[in-house]
Design a protein around this ligand. Sequence first.
Ligand SMILES: Cc1ncc(COP(=O)(O)O)c(C=O)c1O
Length: 360
Amino acid sequence: MSETSPKLRAELDGIPTYKPGRPAAAGGTVAYKLSSNENPYPPLPGVMESAIAAAGSFNRYPDLACTGLVNELANRFDVPLEHLATGTGSVGVAQSLVQATSGPGDEVVYAWRSFEAYPIITRISGARPVEVPLTPGDVHDLDAMAGAITDRTRLIFVCNPNNPTGTVVRRAELERFLDRVPSDVLVVLDEAYREFIRDPEVPDGVAIYRDRPNVAVLRTFSKAYGLAGLRVGFAVAHEPVAAALRKTAVPFGVSQLAQDAAVASLRAEDELLGRVGSLVAERGRVYEGLVKQGWTVPETQANFVWLRLGGRTADFAAACEAAGVTVRPFPGEGVRITIGEEEANDLFLRTAEAFRAKIQ
Ligand SMILES: Cc1ncc(COP(=O)(O)O)c(C=O)c1O
C-alpha cells in the first residue's frame, strides 16, 4: 500500500474550522444558550405543521428550484423570480457568491471582526481575504474598505448589522461607499439580522439593490423567523449574479421541510414579527441594564449585544457559564451575548453585574 495520502488543495491549509456557539451547559439547575444568535421561541404551530406534513414525503427529493418559496419571496419583496436564489442557510448562499466570483489571485474584502464564515469561505475558494479593521467604535470603516479595493477585488461583504458587534452602517454612508465601488465588483449586503433593525436611517438592502446591478442582498430564515435548524436562506441579486448562484448551489440543498416551513413563516409573518418586537424590547432592556452597570456597549440593531472585554473575555464567559448562561467569547477580544428569553436575559444581567463588582 502506498504511504502517500491524497493530494489536497494547498489553500485549505490553516483554514480555521467554523466554531459553533456552545450548547447550554448540561447538569446545572438552569441552562440558557445565548451563544448562537438563535430565536428563543419554539416554532409556531402552523409552521411546525407544514414541516411535519412535508416530512411525510422525505423519501422524495425536494423541489430543486424551490418553486413555492421563490414565488412567495418574489411577491413579498416585489422582485422578479429570476432575481432570487436560495441555499442551505444564508451561509450556503454566501459561499456560492464567493465561489461564483472569486478564485486564486482574487481578493474578497470585509470588515473585521465580522461574521466568522467570511474568511473560511473566501479561503476555500482560493481567494485572498482582505480584512479591514472596524473603527474604534466597532463600526464598519467604509472609507478604509473603499481604499482597500484593488483590481483583484471581486467581492465585498458589508454585514449590516455586523455580527458580532450589532453595529450598523446608515443610508448616506452606504450610498457614498457604493458610489466608490467599481461596477464590476460585487457588494454583498449581508442582512441576516435585518428584521431586528429599528433605526430608520439603516437602509433596506432590497431597496438599494434595485438600481445597483453590482449589489446582492443576503437574507435568512434562521434568525427572526426561527428556522435555524432547517437551513434556508436566500439572495436577491440581478442577473447574471442570481443565475450564477443557481449554478453553484448544491443541488437539492434546501429540504422540502425547510421550503414549506419558510413559506408558512412568510404567511405567519405578523405573528413572527410580533415576537421579533418582543426581542427588540428585551434588547433595549439588556442594553440599558448593561450601560447602567457601567459597561461600554456599542449600540446594537441585532438580536445580540457585544462587550469588548479584551483580556477579561475568557473569565467573563466562564462566569456566565457557571451561572447557567452560555455566551460566545472571541478570545482576547470580547463576548457576544444573544438576546434570549426574559429569564435568560435577567440571569445574564445579574451575572454581568456581579462580574463588574468583582473587577472594580
Ligand atoms: C451575519 C451573518 N450572516 C449569515 C449567517 C448565516 O446564517 P444561516 O446560514 O443560518 O442563514 C449568520 C449566522 O450567524 C450571520 O451572523
